[in-house]
Design a binder for this molecule. Structure first.
Ligand SMILES: Nc1ncnc2c1ncn2[C@@H]1O[C@H](COP(=O)(O)OP(=O)(O)OP(=O)(O)O)[C@@H](O)[C@H]1O
Ligand SMILES: [Mg+2]
Length: 367
């Protein structure tokens, strides 16, 4: 699967543009502030139907306009698929595929997916636990839509339990309602923990593999799922039991803080190199290599599950990496479409540049 052509109208700083791409490596270069990241964002938006740099979809509409439009033509195993996206200020986004308006994600060609890497992804390593949970949850939900539904039900139960904890401060008789929420939370939480465990079992070895490949290190990276529920067994029954026990144990603190302090909404990932936490002790380059490895592992997991490589969007991935790492990242043996942005063409090895298509991005136009 790859993107053969894109059209943009009034998307960020692009007034009107049409570009054809290669199915291999595409290099976008240009000075700061010209639209390189915007172009990657447009590709990501078309593929994943979500913007990357903002949570407000309408931010991508050009400032002085009220509409933005994107169209992509993808080459897929079932032939060309064209997808259009229309954003109108104050309205819901509209998605059309092969000329027909689609209202649900399940109606769309599901193999179209992109993995976006940007320097901000350093926060996957250095940022708060919620960033790492979000990384896991988004990929799992993409591959298993029912996981997303469980997650929102869990969050709803969590919201109610937390509200009850706060109300209990004023009215102790409400305590009888707690059991029902504990039961709901632990049942839904068990499904979430089981699904995350099955997924991380696939993901972690891949992250280790890519880290080793990019760094050519002797030392392997160690990854742990730092869970707040410790179960002796892996069966749903034993996790459920452990969950209920943990809720009971933390009740006094939960009551004091008005917040549920155990459960998958508190869990984290830990990355150790030579036994030390990379979050605190890693160098900038090591942390960046790890965040790249997480994204490459995401791409590979997607391939192993669906049989199709997602499009890889590498924004400014070359900076802070030594020459070897740059080469290994771009050389990748996997046959897939890659977009890479850079302000400096000399950051890309000569022989790799020869095999790629190079585009100059200047003030919202691509040449
Ligand atoms: N909604 C919008 N409408 C119009 N212009 C926008 C909008 N959002 C962002 N821009 C502008 O688009 C320009 C290009 O941004 P972009 O992030 O794509 O640059 P870049 O080429 O990636 O630069 P850098 O090398 O610094 O990362 C910026 O100057 C920004 O102000
Ligand atoms: Mg940029």
């Amino acid at each position: 699967m790859h993107l053969t052509k894109i059209r943009l109208f009034d998307f960020r700083n692009f007034r009107e543009a049409e570009v054809e791409f290669s199915g291999g490596l595409n290099v976008l270069y240009g000075d700061n502030g010209q639209g390189k990241t915007n172009l990657l964002e447009a590709i990501h938006f078309l593929c994943n139907l979500r913007p990357v740099r903002t949570t407000r979809e309408q931010d991508v509409i050009a400032w002085d306009k009220t509409k933005a439009y994107l169209k992509g033509v993808f080459d897929t195993s079932s032939g060309p698929v064209d997808r259009e996206l229309l954003l109108v200020a104050g309205d819901r986004k509209k998605v059309r595929e092969c000329g027909v308006e689609r209202h649900r994600l399940s109606e769309l060609y599901w193999q179209i997916h992109a993995v976006f890497f940007s320097p901000d992804d350093l926060s996957l390593v250095k940022g708060r636990p919620s960033e790492r949970r979000r990384f896991l949850d988004l990929i799992i939900a993409r591959l298993k839509p029912q996981y997303g539904r469980y997650l929102s039900e869990y969050n709803r139960a969590l919201f109610h339990r937390n509200r009850l904890l706060k109300d209990l401060k004023k009215n102790r008789t409400l305590i009888t309602a707690l059991d029902a929420w504990d039961e709901q939370l632990s049942s839904l939480g068990t499904v979430i923990l089981k699904t995350r465990a099955a997924f991380t079992e696939k993901l972690f070895p891949l992250v280790r593999k890519y880290y080793l490949y990019f760094s050519r290190e002797e030392r392997e990276i160690e990854i742990k799922y730092a869970g707040s529920i410790v179960s002796t067994g892996t069966s749903p029954e034993s996790i459920h039991e452990a969950f209920l026990a943990a809720l009971r144990k933390s009740l006094p603190q939960d009551l004091a803080s008005g917040y549920t302090r155990v459960g998958p909404h508190r869990d984290d990932l830990q990355f150790l190199l030579g036994g030390r936490d990379l979050r605190y002790f890693g160098s900038q380059g090591e942390q960046r290599t790890l965040s790249l490895s997480l994204k490459f592992a995401e791409r590979r997991v997607f391939f192993e599950t669906t049989g199709v490589y997602p499009i890889l969007l590498l924004d400014d991935a070359m900076s802070e990496l030594d020459a070897n790492r740059r080469r290994w990242i771009l050389e990748g043996e996997e046959p897939c479409q890659v977009f890479v942005t850079t302000v400096d063409l000399s950051a890309i090895p000569e022989d790799i540049l020869k095999k790629s298509r190079v585009y100059r991005v200047r003030a919202g136009s691509v040449g």
